[in-house]
Write a protein that binds this ligand. Structure first.
Ligand SMILES: Nc1ncnc2c1ncn2[C@@H]1O[C@H](COP(=O)(O)OP(=O)(O)OP(=O)(O)O)[C@@H](O)[C@H]1O
Length: 269
């Protein structure tokens, strides 16, 4: 598929410094009122890696990713994508990335095809290229049946797939995906996994967040575990999980307290 063409790590791309990693987050920090959502996070996403960011609800994953891609201004810290500073050079940085944010807002009164065409025009991609890529993406995402349907009438999973299609349209070098598999059915998930693995095999880099540990183990070669705004472990998947599963490591690192429902005596009584 042309959209997933090879993404060589050469200097011909914008910001393509030879040594720069796909992402370098340095001291990212965000406080909401008196709640420290992200606490001086440092994280490096190697180029060509399939990187999984995991953590319990409220750990700060979405906040960290939003700051990393230029959607939320950090109180402190820097985010660089292939050596380009996301906050001082957002146009160049955003040309390199494809982003699927949490709760992506879309123009609701367009069809999927119209939306992709619109996004392609905003990105300055020639019309014929937009038309070809749009058709391929609608085919691969199995959204062709729904191409006459307005986005407002899409299901949650269909919206997720269309969001991923908009992130892929400009053939980015790096994909940043916040919970890309949430609400996606197993058949579509298998198709999405294949697309992402192919993207990485072709030289692209992926940073995704997920709660689904088996999926992260299946796809990712590098992981980071966040808890209470901090990165508590990061590295190659095998190093982080050691002899256990990622889920066991996650529970141990995050220190989940398993409740026994003592406070729910009224339930099923
Ligand atoms: N816009 C906001 N205003 C105030 N507090 C916020 C805002 N966004 C996030 N927070 C708080 O920041 C903390 C981190 O939230 P965040 O959404 O980044 O976590 P998360 O790891 O993505 O969680 P989940 O897995 O549930 O999506 C939480 O305590 C949350 O309540």
């Amino acid at each position: 598929m042309e959209t997933l063409a090879r993404h060589d790590a050469d200097a011909s791309h914008p910001g393509g410094g030879e040594a720069a990693p796909a992402f370098r987050l340095t001291g990212l920090h965000k406080v909401f009122a008196d709640n420290v959502a992200v606490d001086h996070v440092d994280l490096t996403v190697p180029r060509g890696s399939f990187f999984g960011l995991v953590g319990p609800n409220g750990a700060g994953k979405t906040t960290a990713l939003s700051m990393a891609v230029g959607l939320l201004r950090p109180d402190e810290g820097r985010s660089e994508v292939f050596g380009v500073d996301v906050w001082s050079d957002p146009v160049q940085a955003k040309a390199i990335m494809g982003v699927l944010p949490d709760g992506l807002a879309m123009p609701e009164r367009l069809t999927g095809r119209e939306l992709l065409t619109f996004i392609g025009q905003l990105r300055g991609i020639p019309d014929d290229v937009v038309a070809q890529r749009t058709q391929e993406l609608l085919d691969v995402m199995e959204l062709n049946d729904a191409e006459r349907t307005l986005v407002v009438d899409y299901s949650t999973g269909m919206r997720k797939k269309l969001g991923l299609a908009t992130a892929l349209l400009h053939a980015p070098r790096l994909l940043v995906l916040d919970e890309p598999f949430e609400a996606v059915d197993p058949v579509s998930a298998a198709a999405l996994k294949a697309i992402l693995l192919r993207f990485v095999a072709a030289g692209g880099s992926v940073l995704l967040s997920s709660h689904v540990m088996p999926l992260v183990e299946q796809l990712c070669d590098t992981v980071a575990v966040m808890a209470k705004g901090r990165v508590v472990a990061a590295g190659r998947l095998d190093e982080v999980r050691g002899d256990g599963t990622l889920e066991e490591t996650f529970v141990r690192l995050v220190g989940v307290e398993v409740g026994h429902g003592e406070g729910l005596s009224w339930l099923a009584s």
